[in-house]
Design a protein around this ligand. Sequence first.
Ligand code: SAM
Ligand code: DTB
Ligand code: SF4
Length: 321
Amino acid sequence: MTHYSITLSYLKSLHDTPLLDLIYQAASIHRDNHNSNEMQLCTLLSIKTGGCPEDCSYCPQAARYNTGLEREKLLDLNVVIQKARQAKENGSSRFCMGAAFREVKDNNDFEEILKMVSEVKELGMEACCTLGMLTDIQAKRLKEAGLTAYNHNLDTSEEHYDSIIKTRKYQDRLNTIQHVVDAGISVCCGGIIGLGESTTDRLKLIETLANLNPQPESVPINTLVPVAGTPLENQGKVDTFDWIRIIAIARIALPKAKIRLSAGRLGIPKEAQAMAFMAGANSIFSGEKLLTTNNPSDDLDKELLNSLQFKTSKVMEPSLT
Ligand code: SAM
Ligand code: DTB
Ligand code: SF4
């Protein structure tokens, strides 16, 4: 397995490269490692919404902020599987189930989630979860249930982390990621830009992600969706070219990973999204909702992908899973 050694000064030199040269470099690396006309579609479902005890300053689901979100208990297994079927019909090959948990507890909800993972897998889809912190044993149980990937973001640099989240440490995130790796589950790990971080913070996040061993299989790049009631509700918008620059740098630093355009795609013009695809993004969340906020409609995304003549990654057949 390749162990990458990516330095901050190298990432800074990429950041200083004129944008179109940087995109050209990223596009070349992208073509060496991926089919440049293939896009992975993933669908998200919030299986347990709101009431989270954490204090993540960006998150509408943190119980301590007044965001008007209705708290819900864990969705029924049947509802989840019906949504997964629909997602498969709409061309998604990965189904990602998110819960507003600080950490997984060994209770009935976890037993239900294990069933959801197995049944999604039986549909021939990749099953992904994001459930907060995990112990080594919980990670192994998810693996036994058939989990393909676990999403656990580092969000920003270690230095900036404390000003965004105080109820846990960067090291807690790294520990969960290690449990996921040890269990043999693919790691999906990325971050958010637009949290008031500096360029160096953005590059340090990419440095940390690129030096994980193994590198994450997928890297979601979120831009902040400002939600009224959260401490970051008035945070300014990220410049679209800065967004593309970060995608290109992530592609160069993590050549084999799927780079996923995640939160914040609504409102980004189609031409800018196409530039991000040129710079190496090869996965998107499809469907009108992310977890609790809006995302472009299926129709709009189909139109975009068709006009760029993308093929979507195949949904696996059950016999091949
Ligand atoms: N509670 C679990 C956790 O924190 O790992 C899983 C769900 S959490 C909502 C998943 C990710 O969504 C976060 O790590 C963060 O990167 C992203 N996220 C949450 N709210 C966001 C927002 N308003 N804008 C952009 N990304 C957001
Ligand atoms: C990720 O990095 N982004 C997704 C997924 N992983 C779980 C979540 C985005 C959530 C945006 C805010 C919301 O819809 O609640
Ligand atoms: Fe909870 Fe996850 Fe939201 Fe943080 S990001 S408040 S851990 S749901």
